[in-house]
Design a binder for this molecule. Structure first.
Ligand SMILES: [Zn+2]
Length: 338
């Protein structure tokens, strides 16, 4: 049984997995698949060394099966297929006003605590969501990023008949587009990368290149000149946040999904003139995981198309070298099975 350890300064090693018997309230999992996400790549760039311990196992987009059940755990049995909602909010205080998913002492499993890029992972049972019978564990590993998208779409109050513009067609942007379409909205994806545009087109979305296409004109034509009901800013670009308020309709909504590490100019006049609502959306609540799992189980999203490759655990250090070197990928899954 192997594990991938982050050693700091962007380096990784593969070693023996530390198999931990579950304590009170914990469950030990056999990890099946773990997805690689932008945050993991950020860690691999050494950009989060102040936050991530080393050596430490990272990874937070997983699926697996229950291997051992600790005392005091109800509702799960050995062999159950599960995913982990990687949030530990046991440090929540009354000042967090009940929003435990964004509580100030939140620990994110796979960043602030050991994660899933290993064959065996022991976690608190309160993080588990069961996968329905028959769900492909590879698609189950997409539950975490899909739950992000479900949360974003819920924060955007997307409903039938609305028009939603998604600025940024990476993995999260595409998942938002898929969930918003499943909620009955018409979607326009704005993405500068040709490979990403091609994939969005394969999913049947109308896709625009901000460098070459008339984005504002197309949105106007699609909405009888009104603008979009909801705009998702997923590009993390200065142009993106300016475009987001520009493309929103009167009393429309802008959802800030991207993690902007630095302040960026916002066209406050747009907010004033059109009475826009701007909302932030960060991670997910349990109901978003339930919604994501229901969408996966429905088989309606064609999620298989998002999976660029499935790589063995032993290749993870090389894989991060390739991604840092510019390898293009939508979603890479790591096969963690022993
Ligand atoms: Zn992630």
């Amino acid at each position: 049984m192997s594990a991938v350890y982050y050693e700091g300064k962007g380096s990784f090693s593969v070693g023996a997995c530390r198999v931990e018997a579950p304590a009170l309230g914990e469950v030990r999992l056999d990890v099946a698949y773990c997805g690689v996400c932008g945050t993991d790549l950020h860690i691999a760039h050494g950009a989060m060394d102040a936050r991530v311990a080393s050596p430490q196992v990272i990874g937070h987009e997983m699926s697996g099966t229950v291997a051992e059940v600790g005392d005091g755990v109800e509702g799960f049995a050995v062999g159950d297929a599960v995913v982990v909602r990687p949030l530990d909010s046991r440090g929540e205080t009354p000042a967090d006003r009940g929003f435990s998913h964004i509580s100030r002492n939140l620990k994110f499993l796979g960043i602030d605590a050991p994660g899933a890029l290993q064959a065996s992972w022991t976690v608190p049972a309160f993080t588990l969501h069961a996968l329905p019978e028959g769900v492909d564990l590879r698609l189950g590993a997409l539950a975490e990023p899909l739950a992000v998208a479900c949360h974003d779409v819920r924060r955007g109050q997307v409903g039938p008949g609305q028009t939603a513009v998604v600025i940024g067609g990476g993995p999260i942007g595409l998942l938002i587009a898929l969930v918003a379409r499943a909620r009955g909205a018409s979607i326009l994806v704005v993405e500068p990368n040709a490979g990403r545009r091609a994939l969005a087109e394969e999913f049947g979305f109308a896709v625009l290149d901000p460098a070459a296409d008339d984005v504002a004109g197309t949105i106007a034509a699609e909405t009888a000149d009104a603008g979009a009901d909801v705009v998702f800013e997923v590009s993390c670009s200065a142009d993106g946040i300016l475009a987001a308020t520009k493309h929103a309709a009167v009393r429309g909504r802008v959802v800030v999904v991207a993690i902007f590490p630095e302040p960026k100019p916002v066209a406050l006049f747009d907010l004033f003139w059109k009475e826009l609502d701007v909302v932030g959306a960060r991670v997910y609540e349990p109901e978003d995981f339930d919604a994501a799992i229901a969408l996966i189980a429905s088989g309606s999203l064609d999620l298989e198309r998002l999976v660029t490759a499935v790589e063995p655990l032993e290749r993870v250090p090389e894989l991060f070298d390739e991604l840092r070197g510019g390898r293009q990928a939508m979603k890479i899954l790591v096969d963690c099975r022993a």
